[in-house]
Design a protein around this ligand. Structure first.
Ligand code: ZN
Length: 249
């Protein structure tokens, strides 16, 4: 489907939960208070954190449309994990062991991309979604705009939020926590990470699209980091996985 229309309904976008239940609960509560009824998730529900079953269960219960992430694929065992660092690999293998068959089946059924609200959703990059390339530079961003037809594309993967706009053939990096919803502007939005932010802000990240206010807003949400860290220690995972949550990197 190709659509030139900008969304008309308010919706939220989350990504990279990585088994962090405390962060996910805090973000869902914040989105509810913000009047968001529909949420889409850009993948990596599991990996790193100590609550993979609880996070999957919450998305399943809330019927949140979710795309597949590279850590989700790694947990399913269908992709090499040699490229992962030691902490990530350890977390993937542990997650694979503890996930229930029902939750593994739910992950296995996730699509690579979603179209909803006239927008496009993918985990890593709209060009070759299953290759898990990062969108990090202007060159990456310009190429990415060629691979979706909608006005808006939401993604995650780098755990570093950004707004890149394309208007009149020019790219703009919007260095603010909100970007205007303008019918003449297409937008590539990295929604950051719920469960393991890496932009030196340890608060959980999520995005709200508000057509009435004509804004896309990046929200940062405080959550109980100590509780998430305690769970990681309790299940005997790498200390570094817990420590990095406090630093947002
Ligand atoms: Zn991730």
């Amino acid at each position: 489907m190709t659509s030139d229309a900008h969304p008309t309904d308010r919706f939220g976008v989350i990504s990279d939960i990585h088994g962090n239940l405390e962060a996910l609960q805090a973000v869902l509560a914040t989105l509810e208070i913000a009047g968001v009824r529909d949420i889409v998730c850009c993948g990596d529900v599991v990996g790193y954190g100590a609550s993979p079953n609880e996070c999957v269960a919450l998305l399943r219960t809330r019927e949140i449309p979710t795309v597949l992430g590279n850590h989700d694929v790694a947990v399913l065992g269908s992709e090499e994990i040699e490229s992962f660092n030691e902490m990530a690999r350890d977390a993937v293998l542990w997650t694979r062991d503890v996930l229930t068959p029902e939750n593994l089946a739910w992950l296995a059924a996730l699509p690579m991309t979603i179209e909803r609200h006239g927008a496009f959703f993918v985990h890593a990059s709209p060009c070759s979604p299953s290759e898990w390339n990062y969108v990090l530079t202007y060159v990456d961003a310009r190429e990415a705009f060629n691979w979706f037809a909608q006005p808006l594309c939401f993604l995650g993967h780098s755990h570093q939020p950004f707004f890149i706009a394309l208007a009149n053939g020019e790219l703009y990096h919007i260095r603010q926590e909100e970007a205007p919803l303008d019918p003449l502007t297409r937008m590539l939005v990295n929604v950051g990470s719920v469960g393991q932010p890496r932009d030196r802000d340890p608060r959980a990240a999520c995005v709200v699209v508000d057509p009435e206010a004509r804004l896309i807003q990046l929200l940062r949400v405080d959550y109980d980091i100590a509780a998430a860290q305690a769970r990681i220690h309790r299940v005997g995972r790498h200390r570094g996985l817990a420590e990095r949550l406090a630093h947002g990197c």
